[in-house]
Design a protein around this ligand. Structure first.
Ligand code: F6P
Length: 542
């Protein structure tokens, strides 16, 4: 681990002075200077093609960024993660989501124990469960076949499963209905079970800790919903509830037989867990074979990240570019724009992955940073976003680097749809990069007064990721790509990408406020005047 303050390192200073030279260059000039740029500034691995030529970089920028990665010890930090070192220092934990997709027979040691056999034991147990539900062999309490599977979880125990369910819907068993309940807002539960028969419904309670307020509240509500409908017989719980957790004791206390529990480990972070047992709903939906293909995709990208030289390494390239914009262009946000409707929840999934990981302002040794860390990630699928927020990306005052994600083939070839979709993706990246000058606007016969409104400054950077088709393996590769890009950024910034202390305070304060809302008599409120007034108004109006 590098202990030199980042902004004092030679590589950082070199990038700063380089930025004063190239920061103002326009992509039009960069492309004009090198007709081969589009081909040269690209990399391909694991069936994913990354075109990063529409970034505000030169060969020298990329060389300096790679130098920064070397200087920050990225190679050693990658090795440390894959080796199972306890790189999550504030929680004293290894960070081994890569072990979740390690093939049978490989070995990764944590505290002297090879964790890979345990991973495959759980995968096999998940597969046998998924097969039983899918085949109809798993019956509900009254002997009826399971038709509805509801995952209850939040954060990493929800966003990955929902995203994967949507992304892989084409491959799903359409006779099974999958629902996801995350919010403690009762609207979420009520709508998910609307019209469902409890006798045909199976709940997967997904929670690493099995203590999360939202998940436990929803789990208890689900339990009551099932028992009320099935005559109150407690033995129904075993047929309608399974758990995914690291906490066997709490699972047992809830009343779920630990035989119906699928475990994982403290070295899997919540937002890195969609390929652990947290993916049980995914496996039930698409089947064990597709789930294994997903894992193989993850693993292929892991190996690429672990072994490829930085100049060809997709996650490293994307991570370094993210640092370049956050720290040298002061870009506050980054947009993720999948041109694939099946990836509609991918930006939401990435929000937790990126922001819970790199939303930090102290270094690993507790020093306050004097540079920007993780950007705000957001996005929507194209072309929908084009008719909503792209205006700001094209002509607003903020620099928003974009990731376009597209596929050469569609799973639903209908007429001209796919070509039109992809034409739009290519056009947007082109328009952002090159814009339209005042001369060009004038030459179209535009009235002088309108010219400034119709000018596109361009020089708005983007990456384009192009893959074959959305399938389980490709999804695994894409997710691993972003996981490792996030890791790369965290290493450069010398922050802990694997803890999330920032979510704690609000949780504690909420627990204090709950009884103040529920008490019969007006409570003595000792908050600030704003919070006190809001609580009183709520009590008066509810
Ligand atoms: O509140 C943040 C968080 O701890 C996330 O990191 C995690 O993914 C989520 O809550 C859910 O936690 P659990 O799986 O333990 O219920």
């Amino acid at each position: 681990m590098s202990t030199t303050a980042l902004t004092k390192t030679p590589a950082w200073k070199a990038l700063q002075s380089h930025h004063t030279e190239v920061g103002g260059l326009h992509l039009r000039e960069l492309f004009a200077a090198d007709p081969e740029r589009g081909r040269k500034l690209s990399a391909e691995a694991c069936g994913l093609y990354l075109d990063y030529s529409k970034n505000r970089v030169t060969d020298e920028t990329m060389r300096l960024l790679r130098g920064l990665a070397e200087e920050r010890g990225l190679r050693g930090r990658i090795d440390a993660m894959f080796r199972g070192d306890k790189i999550n220092l504030t929680e004293s934990r290894a960070v081994l989501h890569v072990a979740l997709r390690a093939p049978r027979g490989t070995a990764i040691m944590v505290d002297g124990e090879d964790v890979v056999p345990g991973v495959h034991e759980v995968l096999d147990k998940m597969a046998s469960f998924a097969d039983r539900v899918r085949s109809g062999a798993w019956l509900g309490h009254t002997g009826r076949r399971i038709r509805n599977v509801i995952n209850i979880g939040i954060g990493g125990s929800d966003l990955g499963p929902v995203m994967a369910y949507e992304a892989l819907k084409f491959y799903s068993d359409r006779t099974l209905r999958c629902e996801f309940v995350s919010n403690v807002d009762s609207d979420d539960f009520a709508e998910a079970v609307q019209g469902l028969d409890p006798a045909e419904t199976l709940f997967i309670i997904s929670s690493k800790t099995f203590t999360t307020l939202e998940t436990m509240t929803n789990a208890h509500t689900a339990r009551e919903w099932v028992l009320r409908a099935l005559g109150g017989d407690e033995s129904a719980v075993a047929k309608h509830f399974v758990a995914v957790s690291t906490n066997a004791e709490k699972v047992r206390a809830f009343g779920i037989d630990t035989a119906n529990m699928f475990g994982f480990w403290d070295w899997v972070g919540g937002r890195y867990s969609m390929d652990s047992a947290i993916g049980l709903s995914t496996m039930v939906s698409v089947g064990p074979e597709n789930f294994r293909a997903l894992l193989a995709g993850f693993h292929e990208m892991d190996e690429h990240f672990r072994t490829a030289p930085f100049g060809e390494n997709l996650p490293v390239l994307m991570g370094l570019l993210a640092v370049w914009y956050a720290d040298f262009f002061d870009a506050q946000t980054a947009a993720v724009l999948p041109y694939e409707q099946y990836l509609k929840r991918f930006p939401a999934y990435l929000q937790q992955l990126t922001m819970e990981s790199n939303g930090k302002s102290v270094t690993l040794d507790g020093q306050t940073v004097d540079y920007s860390t993780g950007a705000v990630y957001w996005g929507e699928p194209g072309t929908n976003g084009q008719h909503s927020f792209y205006q700001l990306i094209h002509q607003g005052t903020h620099l928003i680097p974009c990731d376009f994600i597209g596929f050469a083939r569609t799973l639903n070839p209908i007429g001209r749809h796919h070509d039109i979709l992809m034409a739009n993706m290519f056009a947007q990246a082109e328009a952002l990069a090159f814009g339209k000058t005042a001369e060009e606007v004038r030459a179209e016969g535009t009235a002088d007064a309108l010219v400034p409104h119709r000018v596109f400054a361009g020089n708005r950077p983007s990456n384009t990721l192009l893959a074959g088709v959305i399938d389980p393996a490709t999804l695994g590769k894409l997710v691993a790509l972003y996981e490792h890009s996030v890791f790369t950024q965290g290493v450069i910034w010398n922050i802990n990408s694997f803890d999330q202390w920032g979510v704690e305070l609000g949780k504690v304060l909420a627990q204090r406020i709950v009884p103040e809302l529920e008490s019969k008599d007006a409570p003595d409120l000792e908050h600030d005047s704003s919070t006190n007034a809001l609580i009183r108004r709520y009590r008066a109006q509810r």
